[in-house]
Design a protein around this ligand. Sequence first.
Ligand SMILES: NC(=O)c1ccc[n+]([C@@H]2O[C@H](COP(=O)([O-])OP(=O)(O)OC[C@H]3O[C@@H](n4cnc5c(N)ncnc54)[C@H](O)[C@@H]3O)[C@@H](O)[C@H]2O)c1
Length: 338
Amino acid sequence: MLITGGAGFIGANFVHYTAKNHPEYEIIVVDKLNQQGNKANLDGVIDDIEFHQFDLVEEDKLRPIFESGLDYVVHFAAETNVDRSIEDPDSFVSSNVLATNILLRLSRDFSVKRFHHVSTDEVFGSLELGSNERFNEDTPYDPRSPYSATKASSDHLVRSYFHTYGLDVTISNCSNNYGPHQVPENIVPVFALMALNDGPLTIYGDGKSVRDYLFVLDHCRAIDLILHEGKTGETYCVGGGEEQNGIEIADAILKVTGKPAGLKKFVTDRPGHDRRYAIDYGKLSRELGYKPSVTFEEGLRQTIEWYRSNPEWWKPYMKKFYIPKFMQEDAKRLKQER
Ligand SMILES: NC(=O)c1ccc[n+]([C@@H]2O[C@H](COP(=O)([O-])OP(=O)(O)OC[C@H]3O[C@@H](n4cnc5c(N)ncnc54)[C@H](O)[C@@H]3O)[C@@H](O)[C@H]2O)c1
């Protein structure tokens, strides 16, 4: 089984999950180790897998792995940070679109049994705040950031290989993941580490934009189900059933860490910030029996406990904390205020 992006947040959790639950598989990871990739995420399994560091667009390095014979490709690798995509869309086109096409073409040429593509609910655009609408497998695509536009492109490419070449594919579109090994560039780890270090929890805009939150281990279980039992050519939406806005997440993290409300600070909103994402995972439940196993509060407790117990993992990130360009004035102001 080739797991691309297996040193990233979700990919690494999936490598650990698969090594434990399917010891019969030989796992090969390819990861270029960008800002999010970290080989230390594979501590504990690294001796049992094959690891290669290179960019998936380097086809000459990828081809021999396919030549050696693969049953499954599980494709996590992508440039994933929406704020970074606003600053540098080109690298998103290369990793998310071009690399996906190379993987698909090799999967077709070397008769891979199943190609599972991991995608996002961001391809569906934005929902109204306060509405009951949720994304499902029939929602039309309406990506709005360079990140979501490149993920949408890759989804279309995957489907085209199914229809045109008969490649066995499945796709999952999931909501916001949180859990162990997530670098502090997303709201949950940023707020968790800020709370643990008495720093500001920087809430974008009015803090009312809503996302659905999915605990990463529930996501791993869902992918495992789809990979082994999903129908070829089908798409499955995966969610955690937990809608939360920025203020609610900050409050929940302050409660779990026992830190004061005064750490909450409002900052400039992300340009083009989508208002609400919500996901209907009914198809995955009905057809494959999926159900999230933890509430947001329980998942948050487990996540914060992991960060508390692994300071050697997150301390290096605190020295090179990524601050999006639109937030740099706020960052200066907050530093002066401290
Ligand atoms: N994190 C979320 O909340 C979320 C939500 C929905 C969908 N997804 C999707 O799940 C997948 C994994 O997300 P994640 O949060 O683990 O991301 P991540 O950024 O933590 O990990 C991605 C990994 O891919 C690697 N990578 C990127 N481009 C590469 C390339 N060209 N060649 C080789 N390696 C490359 C990176 O080095 C990194 O280790 C992505 O496809 C993402 O779009 C994530």
